[in-house]
Design a protein around this ligand. Structure first.
Ligand code: NAD
Length: 353
């Protein structure tokens, strides 16, 4: 199992170091793991003048899975757009054809009070959001800012092909089959043609999964329902921009952005695994970040790419145990719990393993 390790920027290095400790334990216990590091994002720009250096892409292509920290930082905000860290991330997703982004929003019972919603609304929450990742308005052409009629206009193109919708719908139905067999497709078909096609294609794919109950919802309503009654959802499938926004909203239901992992898969289940949060420049370099989202990303790697649910569960259970034991980084800390640093949380997880 070859893993390309791309720490990136800001807290990326600190959180990835904790996930690597977990991989080292698995290695010690006999799993064959090879790890190789490379730069991405601002670190790629600093080292090689490119947020996705050729050598990084080559390593990622050769690997079975990619573990990524986070990219970005205020020092890069004035660079030309193609050189900005976030472009490196968008490019690697596109180059590796990682079209299906899986983002669980799961609430640990002990963290119910960390959510801004009432405990009874979020207790037991367990949603999987499947976001299409390589299409939509983030990639559609034409795009740009230009002068028209003497003023600047900015424009982007929202576009999906049938094939793009079909393949992500299959992933989502497949996941729904392994969970509660309920899938909600989120779009804006009342206004957007692109969404109209999305809705039609998802309904076609649904015929191949008669056991799954398919519902559809407009994105504005979905945003509202996620805070009104989030437990009505099992699996949600949606396009790139809607998924970007809804999955961040869902992350807050579970208390902290520092707890949520993600997987981005290609057609052969090769994947890139990363926490959903960014590089948190405000706490970078201070050993304060929550590494659990990154550690849980390794669990997802074992589940989805390495097809090893036993190892995935071992990691998941170790995280559950440290939460139950009261270990908390600052973002999830509440009175009476044990406040720990990023590296201490990593140590607690490997002790629990
Ligand atoms: P962010 O997710 O980095 O931070 C938002 C808030 O959450 C901050 O207060 C931060 O301290 C906190 N936070 C995030 N992760 C945490 C963790 N593991 N533990 C504890 N607290 C945590 O989002 P932002 O501030 O909007 O963006 C900062 C930079 O990250 C920007 O350059 C942005 O472009 C980039 N970004 C990268 C990714 C990615 O790499 N996937 C995603 C989002 C944003």
């Amino acid at each position: 199992m070859k893993i390309a390790v791309l720490p990136g920027d800001g807290i990326g290095k600190e959180i990835v170091a904790q996930a690597v400790k977990v991989l080292d334990v698995l290695k010690r216990d006999g799993l064959k793991i090879e790890m190789e590091y490379a730069h991405i994002g601002g670190a790629g720009y600093d080292a090689e003048g490119d947020p996705l250096p050729e050598s990084t892409l080559k390593l990622a292509r050769a690997a079975d899975a990619v573990l990524l920290g986070a990219v970005g930082g205020p020092q890069y905000d004035t660079l030309d757009r193609p050189l900005r860290p976030e472009r490196g991330l968008l490019r690697i997703r596109k180059e590796l054809n990682l079209f299906a982004n899986l983002r669980p929003a799961l609430l640990y019972p002990e963290l119910a009070s960390a959510s801004t919603l009432k405990p009874e609304v979020v207790a037991g929450l367990d949603i999987m959001i499947v976001r299409e990742l390589t299409g939509d308005v983030y990639f559609g052409q034409p795009r740009g800012i230009e002068i028209r009629n003497g003023e600047r206009v900015g424009f982007n193109t929202m576009i999906y092909s049938e094939a793009e919708v079909r393949r992500v719908a299959h992933v989502a139905f497949g996941i729904a089959m392994k969970r509660g067999r309920k899938l909600c497709s989120v779009e804006k078909a009342n206004v957007l043609e692109c969404s109209e096609l999305w809705k039609e294609v998802v309904a076609e794919v649904a015929r191949e999964y008669p056991e799954v109950e398919l519902s559809t919802m407009y994105v504005d309503n979905a945003a509202m329902q996620l805070v009104r009654n989030p437990k009505q959802f099992d699996v949600i499938v949606t396009g790139n921009i809607f998924g970007d926004i809804l999955s961040d909203e869902a992350s807050m239901l579970s208390g902290s952005i520092g707890m949520l992992p993600s997987a981005s898969l290609d057609e052969h289940n090769k994947g890139m695994y990363e926490p959903i949060h960014g590089s948190a420049p405000d706490i970078a370099g201070k050993d304060l970040a929550n590494p659990l989202a990154t550690i849980l990303s390794v669990a997802m790697m074992y589940k989805y790419t390495f097809n090893d649910p036993v190892t995935a569960e071992r990691i998941d259970n170790a995280v559950k145990r440290v939460i139950a034991q009261g270990y908390r980084t600052g973002d999830i800390w509440t009175e009476g719990c044990r406040r720990v640093s990023c590296s201490e949380m990593g140590d607690a997880v490997i002790a629990a393993m």
